[in-house]
Design a protein around this ligand. Structure first.
Ligand code: PEP
Ligand code: MN
Length: 349
């Protein structure tokens, strides 16, 4: 149930609504939008009598949200899109289409520093790189852990780019949250509900990737685990799903972009690297994603893809990234969005 407050409702009125929600045995969550404030009542509301809420001071209307996901549903914000900010120059859900770029893994201090300089020069708005890697094979490189986080932090220090890095387990959430500007939850952990809850309890934005075998409906219900813990800053990410097709690593479901935007207010970005598994397919899918209305991109870039420790086959080179950013700007303009290179945003060029 969503309680929409009247414009200008006072703190006392909002507190009154929160109290009523608690009395019904539900959990309250205030969502402050640019135009209106709503209070979500979370829990099983089916047997509750919500009429009392409608009479409360400051209340404009009470809506039952039919979707099984409540806080993620578009109705909850009255069709206002959620804006998630990693930095002044990296904001998802607005007119700008930010690009997160960098290697699959943090491979060393020099390597990630060089990668950060290169993706910034290409125009990217955030740096990615895994310090904790979820590997299919237990004997494969697992990442540098906390040392990798320190290397990312040093690269942020020099370039000013916010850093996005994966967290694998609830017990690492606090550590990763200390370093990262945005915590990534990977496809393999997409229904690790304890991890989702732990990320919901910490303050940094979350880049939450769709499970490779998840339906859209399951995806939004799982995103709800993060939102219901009080963290509204969730960025959805389509990274391809498993199908019978094997010419690509995954099948990139671009229709997930308009579908998710119809159902949810959360920003949705595309990862064309994991979505295809082949560097040669990445630029086309990145452009197609922006044309389809994606709110951002996450792209793997490596100085020397042939020798990358992980995901070299799907990593584009810095030169290719330079060219892609120019084209992305043009596609973005064609669909009334912007993809302005970060240095231009900073007035540094
Ligand atoms: C990654 O971003 O490197 C990664 C492991 O992604 P995914 O969880 O989508 O496979
Ligand atoms: Mn990868």
């Amino acid at each position: 149930m969503i309680v929409v407050m009247r414009p200008g409702a006072s703190e006392t009125e909002i507190d009154g609504v929160k109290k009523l929600i608690k009395e019904l045995g539900l959990k309250d969550q205030v969502i402050v939008g640019t135009d209106l404030t709503v209070v979500a009542a979370i829990g099983d509301e089916r047997l509750k009598d919500c009429a009392v809420m409608e009479q409360a001071p400051g209340v404009s209307k009470v809506m039952r949200v039919l979707a099984p996901y409540k806080m993620a549903a578009i109705e909850t914000t009255g069709n206002q899109r959620t804006v998630v900010k990693l930095s002044e120059t990296c904001v998802f859900g607005g007119k700008q289409v930010p690009v997160i770029a960098g290697p699959c893994s943090v491979e060393g201090e020099q390597e990630i520093m060089e990668a950060a300089r290169q993706v910034k020069a290409s125009g990217a708005h955030a740096l990615r790189g895994g310090a904790f890697k979820p590997r299919t094979n237990p004997y494969a490189f697992q990442g540098f852990g906390e040392d990798g986080l320190k290397m990312l932090a040093a690269a942020r220090e020099e370039t000013g780019l916010p850093i996005v890095t994966e967290v694998l387990t609830p017990s690492d959430v606090e550590l990763v949250s200390e370093y990262a500007d945005c915590l990534q939850i990977g496809t393999r952990n997409s229904q690790n509900f304890k991890l989702l809850e732990a990320c919901g309890k910490q303050p940094k934005p979350v880049l939450y990737k769709r499970g490779m075998s998840m339906t859209i409906d399951e995806y939004l219900q799982a995103a709800e685990y993060i939102l219901a813990e009080g963290n509204p800053n969730v960025i959805l990410c389509e990274r391809g799903i498993r199908t019978f097709e094997d010419h690509t690593r995954n099948t990139l479901s671009l229709s997930a972009v308009p579908e998710l935007q119809t159902r949810s207010h959360l920003p949705i970005i595309i990862d064309p690297s994991h979505g295809t598994g082949h560097a040669r397919l990445v630029p086309s899918m990145a452009k197609a994603a922006v044309a389809a209305g994606a709110d951002g991109l996450a792209i793997e870039v490596h100085q020397d893809p042939k020798h990358a420790m992980t995901d070299g086959a799907q990593s584009i080179t810095p030169d290719q990234m330079d060219g892609l950013m120019v084209n992305l700007q043009r596609v973005a303009e064609a669909v009334d969005r912007e993809c302005i290179p970060v240095e231009q945003m900073l007035g540094q060029v």
